[in-house]
Design a protein around this ligand. Structure first.
Ligand code: IPE
Ligand code: IPE
Ligand code: MG
Length: 245
């Protein structure tokens, strides 16, 4: 088992996680999918506390995708209710650990109650500066890129921006993630090896890590193992290995 002590000082600044496998976890135990989601919130706590402990500055969790709206109505309702209760319950953990809450996605699409609770916790934690925890809610990378292109087009149309000045920084400034650095490490649980419309632009040079563990079983030690694996890699960013040393 990998523990904190096995890690060196090369901690990724921004870790993003596709929290997958709640449904299969429940099915394996003969339980309703909702129970899987409930237990998924325990894993969120593990990931958040573990990240803060080792000095990760930005943790981004994929909690609900634009495509997840197509799930059965009852499951969507359960997930939204869980969001509200988890926010109510975990605000203490955020304050105690000096963690700021942030959200990305089409928040307008969330039920009023969930949106209100979310914005309240964001407001109440806005001066915390140990780590930024971003929840991706009703988030889809393509939707984000469409919104970005629309906003930039409007600026060009209104002569606020000239097309030749559009560069990476301008695009970054229009994304939901405008206040976040690029992702260094992307983790996906449950054995699936796909991106599912998550942060397409922002993971351009992220290291990818896939684990068979189902999300409700994810523990701090699983996070540390992913970080350990990350630390064994060489990020070359197009250069040669010799150039780096
Ligand atoms: C992840 O678990 C939670 C959400 C996508 C909201 P799933 O619900 O996708 O679990 P599986 O993939 O069916 O096991
Ligand atoms: C991705 O998981 C979205 C979240 C984890 C919130 P899904 O379970 O919805 O992904 P696909 O549809 O199987 O790719
Ligand atoms: Mg899934």
């Amino acid at each position: 088992m990998i523990d904190k002590e096995h890690l060196n000082s090369n901690i990724p600044e921004h870790v993003a996680i596709i929290m997958d496998g709640n449904g299969r976890w429940a099915k394996k135990k003969g339980l309703f999918r909702a129970v899987g989601h409930e237990n998924g919130t325990k894993a969120v706590k593990q990931a958040v506390e573990g990240s803060a402990e080792i000095g990760i500055k930005y943790l981004t969790l994929y909690a609900f995708s634009t495509e997840n709206w197509n799930r059965p109505k009852l499951e969507v309702e359960t997930l939204m209710k869980l969001l509200v209760s988890a926010l109510k319950k975990e605000i203490k953990t955020l304050q105690k650990n000096n963690i700021r809450l942030n959200a990305i996605g089409n928040l307008e699409a969330l039920p009023e109650k969930a949106r209100k609770e979310l914005l309240e916790v964001i407001e109440n934690t806005k001066t915390n500066d140990r780590m930024t925890l971003t929840l991706a809610l009703s988030y889809g990378s393509r939707e984000e890129l469409i919104k970005t292109i629309q906003e930039i087009s409007n600026k060009v149309k209104n002569n606020v921006l000239s097309p030749h000045l559009i560069n990476e920084a301008v695009i970054n400034k229009h994304l939901y993630t405008k206040n976040l650095p690029d992702v260094d490490l992307l983790i996906r649980t449950s054995g699936e090896q796909r991106i599912s419309n998550f942060l397409l632009w922002q993971i351009a040079y992220a290291e990818l890590y896939f684990t068979e563990i189902l999300w409700p079983d994810f523990k701090k030690s699983d996070l540390f193992e992913a970080i350990y694996n990350y630390q064994q890699r060489e990020r070359r960013f197009g250069k040669t290995s010799e150039q780096l040393s």
